[in-house]
Design a protein around this ligand. Structure first.
Ligand code: ADP
Ligand code: MG
Length: 217
């Protein structure tokens, strides 16, 4: 299919920590509309790659193109504003805030919120099937529900592409089926995903395409 568009293009991406080259002249692309998986052994550089794409780390060399723009070295704030969201290997919701309050955290400056924002929050919570725990403290949620809350918060920024780092880690298999279904639903509505995950049965159900990393390549 020649109408495909690359949403992410990595060229010659390299990052060393002291003598260890964690990401080594890495090249790959992610096609718009697809769910792409990134697999590889522990320490092969998957999380570092996510950190380089989302501006948490600066590459030593190479470029990151997103949606036709060169975003190499842009701050994570700028990257998020341009439509590239991510979740983390270890979730970190604000535990003492409710689920609903967590959804407001991307707008920390605001003491109040509009009716429009409130509607958006409820529609996302419903889409991910966590609206019934909206008034619960985030600490009280199961591991899987916390993953969904993290995804819900990312969706507040209406991203074109979402990077998921180990969405199945710490989630019971029954809820994982649910999470897979939600990700497919969002994908059908147009969101592109790049997913790091060890569980190959999850990857098999989720991904259109797999990229294999080994020793940063
Ligand atoms: P993966 O996510 O594939 O398990 P990582 O990207 O986390 O791999 O790590 C790749 C390599 O880089 C590992 O050897 C890891 O120990 C090293 N590494 C990652 N982050 C740092 C850091 N901040 N400082 C030093 N070494 C790091
Ligand atoms: Mg990792």
């Amino acid at each position: 299919c020649t109408t495909e568009m690359s949403l992410i293009i990595l060229t010659g991406l390299t990052k060393a920590f002291g003598g260890l080259t964690a990401v080594d002249n890495l090249e790959f692309s992610v096609q718009e509309g697809e769910i792409t998986g990134l697999i590889g052994p522990n320490g092969s550089g998957k999380t570092t790659t996510f950190n380089l794409i989302t501006g948490i780390l600066n590459p030593d060399s190479g470029t990151v193109m997103f949606n036709g723009m060169d975003i190499t070295g842009d701050s994570s704030y700028e990257v998020a504003r341009r439509g590239l969201g991510r979740t983390f290997q270890i979730t970190r919701p604000f535990g003492r805030l409710t689920v609903f309050e967590n959804m407001l955290v991307p707008n920390t400056e605001m003491r109040t919120y509009s009716r429009e924002q409130e509607d958006l929050i409820w529609s996302i919570l419903e889409e991910l099937d966590i609206d019934h725990v909206a008034e619960n403290k985030a600490d009280e949620l199961s591991g899987g529900q916390q993953k969904l809350l993290e995804l819900a918060r990312v969706l507040m920024l209406n991203p074109k592409l979402i990077l998921l780092d180990e969405p199945a880690a710490g989630v019971n298999p029954a809820l994982m089926d649910d999470i897979i279904e939600r990700i497919h639903g969002l994908n059908e509505q147009g969101t592109t995903f790049l997913v790091v995950e060890h569980d190959m049965s999850v990857m098999n159900e989720l991904c259109d395409r797999l990229i294999v990393m080994d020793s940063g390549r």
